[in-house]
Design a binder for this molecule. Structure first.
Ligand code: SAM
Length: 347
């Protein structure tokens, strides 16, 4: 039912792009009414525009070129963390559900679709990919079509939207459908430009999640996050990448994935290749490691990269409360009252 044809998806994409433009036009007409607000809004719109333009301009690089990047190991390591993080919560959803659950997910700020294969491996049923950058969404869609030709994959829809300003739900194929999981990887910080953008992003998450559903994100310094109880969301998991690494690497399968994904570099460098850093100081920890293991070469990461990723980036999970909201409670109480009235009139 969720499977979409190529043309319907293009039409949806065009509709989304035009809605985005309409949203902006509406915003602009409001701006004219209030000079002060208009000043602030223009600055904010400007920043979103800068972000979108930046990501729209990034060229899609082939695997060969990506592997030549100086930060290739750091990128691969981040991908490894994302893989184990995603599969942890997908596993949790399956464990918590009685039947063979058909998972519906949202990849918020999905970029070019770098996580499509992770979703495929997680065997989900349907994925919504949303991002502010049109070009990224087109490339994400191309990647998806490519994967689809190669094997069984979830159905998908693609949305171009500013998740910090637009009501995302309105852009979905089935707006009333509740999702099991929302993931926002390396992008949640974009909503902290203003309080209203942070609220819109969080409200978007809350709007689409079912009760008990999960929102997972990787963000810098989760200790500073204040989660709005107002949106029935509660922080249930918060670990630095260092902790996630230590937990993940204990599992044999994860460890083998770490090597398959080439998330660490060989020290000393293999003949003919370069280390990420030419500064030997960056690898001073290796001496002790290799002595301990009685080996001359080890897989590792430079000190600066380790600090940048492992100490300052966090994986968090926020759960949509299972409790009834105040309005739901009021509705259910009035229904109970209706029923008791009915009974008393019958008896
Ligand atoms: C660092 S990339 C991460 C991409 C992807 N999540 C990943 O992990 O590979 C950040 C992404 O966030 C998107 N983004 C930034 N601000 C956004 C916004 N307000 N609404 C939607 N997407 C946004 C950018 O276009 C970009 O694709």
């Amino acid at each position: 039912m969720m499977q979409e044809s190529h043309s319907s998806s293009s039409a949806i994409q065009e509709r989304n792009i035009s809605t985005l433009k309409k949203d902006k036009e509406t915003d602009e007409s409001v701006e004219e009414k209030d000079d002060f607000k208009s000043d602030i809004r223009l600055k904010i719109d400007g920043l979103s525009q800068v972000v979108a333009t930046h990501y729209n301009k990034l060229e899609e690089k082939g695997l060969k070129e990506r592997n030549m990047s100086r930060i290739v190991y750091m990128r691969n390591f981040n991908n490894w963390i994302k893989s184990i993080f995603l599969s942890k919560f997908i596993g949790q959803i399956r464990e918590e559900s009685a039947d063979d659950i058909k998972i519906i997910a949202l990849d918020m700020c999905c970029g070019k679709g770098g996580d499509l294969m992770k979703w495929q491996k997680a065997n989900i049923r349907h994925l919504i990919c949303a991002d502010i950058a049109e070009t990224s969404i087109s490339q994400c869609k191309e990647r998806y079509e490519h994967l689809k030709k190669r094997g069984r994959i979830f159905s998908a829809e693609f949305v171009v939207a500013d998740c910090t300003k637009t009501k995302l739900k309105q852009h979905l194929e089935v707006p009333e459908k509740k999702l099991d999981i929302v993931s926002c990887q390396f992008a949640f910080h974009y909503c902290f430009e203003s309080l209203s953008q942070a609220e819109t992003m969080i409200r978007n998450v809350s709007d689409v999640l079912r009760k008990g559903g999960y929102f997972i994100a990787t963000i810098p310094d989760a200790n500073k996050i204040l989660i709005c109880k107002k949106y029935d969301l509660e922080l249930v998991y918060n670990k630095s990448f260092e902790e996630l690494y230590e937990i993940g690497v204990k599992d044999r399968e994860n460890r083998s994935l770490l090597f398959r994904m080439k998330a660490l570099e060989m020290y000393p460098a293999v003949h003919g290749s370069n280390l990420s850093s030419s500064n030997e100081e960056e690898y001073c920890h290796v001496g002790e490691d290799s002595k301990e293991r009685n080996t001359s070469s080890v897989k590792t990461m430079s000190k600066s990269e380790w600090e940048a990723i492992c100490k300052f980036i966090y994986g968090i999970c926020i759960q949509k409360s299972n409790m009834m909201t105040t309005s739901e409670l009021a509705r259910s109480t009035s229904r109970t009252n209706d029923i008791s009235l009915l009974f008393s009139s019958i008896s």
